[in-house]
Design a protein around this ligand. Structure first.
Ligand code: AHG
Ligand code: MN
Ligand code: MN
Length: 335
């Protein structure tokens, strides 16, 4: 890359597409719609602190519109953009009970968490949007079915997230590695800033809501104790880092190396995070970056989904860390 040469997300996608002569460009158009929605949500997220000026949720703002919660607003913005673009047949969203048919003449299903980490909005901490893209199984033109939206993660054709942090980034994969783009507000476009992201094979960060420690299985407890034990050869104790926004915790560990855990607990055996729009897209990204993602029993992306809003325990991150955890889980199951 020449000095000062900027590659925008659209240029990057167009160049990638040239590598696949048979491609129709529909996926590129879908990315155009996701990119537009991300820019609009970014604008609204950046105004979130002005809620006192713009109006509380449920009140009427100065334009005479009802003020929506930011996660509902983000959901509406993404669906509107995907509808307008016409390349998405259905959206499955955290904010909707059932999937939402958008255009039955299109071939792609989008699963999304329109605003992840929304409890962090009030305290000005990093939040994100997560998306996952599948090809529908039923034929184009017919009504979209639940089976189209309930595919295992291995079927994903693309996945990514937008992180609204100190800068705004879009990170995605189509199964050819992971690339990150930073929004340059002055030109209004995402520019390639993190080409070919690889997660370090070893890491020194563990991320888990340790407040739930007493409710974890013996294997998970043993691994957390291992992270905290002193051992100069392996650089332990590791650092604990947990924001409580999956996108933020994931993004840090992806760049620095580490393990993110949301285990099952005695009160919630499947944990909290949702398979279709949180765990699968993040697992596709982490595997494409050279990492690993499991439920503790199997690869996340091989889980056969049975419900749209299904939850699943998740352990993902640097390959050696996840493998170490799996060994300890197996050891306590066998014992
Ligand atoms: P969402 O805001 O989309 O409901 O997701 C919140 C999720 C996720 O971002 C984070 O990893 C997790 O909740 C944190 O949960 P705890 O507060 O239980 O640790
Ligand atoms: Mn979420
Ligand atoms: Mn959410």
């Amino acid at each position: 890359m020449e000095m000062n040469q900027v590659i925008t997300l659209s240029q990057f996608i167009a160049n990638e597409q040239l590598k696949y002569p048979g491609s129709t460009g529909d996926l590129s158009k879908l990315f155009r719609d996701i990119k537009l929605a991300a820019k609009i949500v970014n604008r609204d997220v950046r105004k979130a602190g002005l809620v006192d000026i713009l109006g509380e949720h449920g009140t009427i703002n100065v334009q005479g519109e009802k003020v929506k919660k930011l996660d509902v607003l983000a959901n509406d913005i993404f669906i509107a953009s995907l509808k307008a673009g016409r390349d998405c047949c259905a959206v499955l969203s955290e904010e909707e009970d059932f999937f939402h048919e958008v255009n039955r003449n299109a071939k792609y299903v989008v699963a999304m968490d329109p605003l992840d980490g929304s409890s962090n909005i009030d305290v000005n901490a990093t939040i994100g949007t997560i998306f996952s893209i599948y090809k529908r199984l039923s034929s184009v033109g017919s009504p979209v079915t639940e089976e189209d939206c309930l595919q295992p993660g291995v079927n994903q054709v693309a996945a990514g997230y937008v992180i609204y942090g100190s800068s705004t980034m879009l990170v995605y994969t189509t199964g050819q590695g992971v690339n990150g783009f930073t929004l340059d507000g002055s030109i209004g476009d995402f520019c390639l800033s993190h080409p070919d992201i690889r997660i370090p094979v070893d890491g020194a960060i563990y991320s888990v809501n340790e407040g739930n420690f007493s409710k974890f299985s013996d294997g998970v407890k043993a691994y957390i104790e291992y992270c905290k034990a002193s051992d100069s050869a392996t650089g332990r104790p590791y650092s604990a880092r947990y924001i409580g926004s999956l996108v933020a915790d994931f993004h840090r560990n992806l760049l620095k190396g580490g393990i993110f855990m949301y285990p099952g607990t005695s009160s919630a055996p499947k944990g909290k995070l949702r398979l279709m729009y949180e765990c699968n897209p993040m697992s596709f990204l982490i595997e494409q970056a050279g990492g690993r993602s499991v439920t503790g029993e199997q690869r996340i992306m091989e889980v056969i989904p049975t419900e749209l809003h299904q939850r699943v325990p998740v352990f993902m991150g640097s390959k050696n860390m996840v493998e170490q955890l799996e060994q300890m889980l197996n050891a306590t199951t066998v014992a």
